[in-house]
Design a protein around this ligand. Sequence first.
Ligand code: AMP
Ligand code: MG
Length: 550
Amino acid sequence: MNASSAPSTPSGTRLADLQIDDRFLRELPADPQRGGPPRQVHGAAYSFLDPGPVSAPRVLAWSADAAALLGLAAQPDDAQLAAAVFAGNHLLPGMQPYATAYSGHQFGNWAGQLGDGRATTLGEAIGAGGQRWEVQLKGAGRTPYSRHADGRAVLRSSIREYLCSEAMHHLGVPTTRALCLVATGDGVVRDMFYDGHPETEPGAIVTRLSPSFLRFGHFEHFAARNDIDLLRRLGEHTLRHHFPELMPAQGVPGEDEYVAFFHEVCRRTAMMVAHWMRVGFVHGVMNTDNMSVLGLTIDYGPYGWLDNFDPMFTPNTTDQGRRYCYSAQPQIAAWNLACLAQGLMPLIDDADPLHAGLELYRDEYERHYLAMLRNKLGLPQGGDVVDGAARQQGAEADFALVSALYACFNAVDTDHTIFFRRLPLAEAAAGPDAAFDAVADAFYAAPSDSARRSLGEWLDQWRARVAQSPEDAASRRARMDASNPWIIPRNWLAQQAIDAASAGDLQPLERLMEAVKRPYEERAEFADLAARRPDWALDKAGCSALSCSS
Ligand code: AMP
Ligand code: MG
């Protein structure tokens, strides 16, 4: 368990005393049937259920930072109770477990009802400072939305979600959080490579926290069923509790408020995706049921991180068409927002403001992305440029500089994270050769003469650009270092932690969690985790690409 960092808020709440108060349950209608077999659920936003008990729950990891959000201690105050609660074996007073109904578009096609097939919400906990957190188990067993699957999750995918949720938070990327990881003691059968060789793997459950897990798909669900009454009730609930600033002074939200809501989702999604691009994160399954209306990264599955910069990098081996590759993410988010717009149409009845929202998304994305690229490269933000044409010209020049860099990356495999992190050293270098050497650690192979020449020219150009800037080198470097992580939880690092944990050794996971907590800080003791992807990791399952099986 992770005992290192103290919680950021004073904590003193015992787990047994966690306050639960579920507004979602109070305000939206329940499926009359509790639990039961997978089925189409109509006229309800959720189904109550009893999580299937597991045989030997044990807390494997506990995030002190996430626990602090709930006012809980840096270590569980009662490990046995924590294991039982976060495995779904024991309910605290006020907990009424349920799974919600949603639909969605998967890989560009309408998929109909999906729903929480293996997620069970225990309740809304009132955390530190009165902030509410939906406490959700992932992998707690079958629900009415499980379709043909078992509702369970394997240890490897649970470690990946636990690790990445917390790492993304520390990277400054909007995300849901992970409180803990519990081993169930039960086996789960998975055919990892979908090649007819199923194996029994250890099962686990991640407890996730978010102000809400509402997705684009929740809205699409009721719109597709023409259940306008429920769509409206869901909309009202969402605005009242999650976008209170958009609520009219009196009464219920109307068209204007729903337009404002859509525009806000567009803004937040733009910000989230720009951050993904900045840190080199590829979500892997950007279906509309995996998009949060709060603009949070949600549902960590076959995600990946850029090692060498490859715009087509697609970690999910099931995504043969590379629909969700790194460079497609901004465009896919727009496509998904268009689906949400369609879901909101019955509440707005006018397509124009929805189109305007999609335009807003594009503008906001470009604005954030440009600002982040300028920070990554240490270029001036241009805030003082008031003339519109000059601003446009500045943006074009900066995008051109970035395109030229990406062309260099195309000529020699270059580690995205290491290159950007080393770039300030190239500024300080005595001459072109030293500048080149400063970033050479980022190369996966020796560059050809022409690749060397092109990158040398690019570095000259970049050095000339920053030399013109009025900003001093130290503040530029600080800005670059705050935008370019030194360490990210690359897939091969996660896989090493998984292999060890599967053999009973949690130390590598704990160490990796510790390292990714301060991702912008260079700490010598973690240097091996900030290195280029080793060659062995290129073809090993889970280390670069991985299947959907989880
Ligand atoms: P995903 O693409 O992982 O977000 O999942 C898509 C849908 O499949 C969601 O409705 C999930 O709840 C459901 N699902 C995925 N894995 C399982 C599982 N092992 N058991 C039940 N439902 C699942
Ligand atoms: Mg999902």
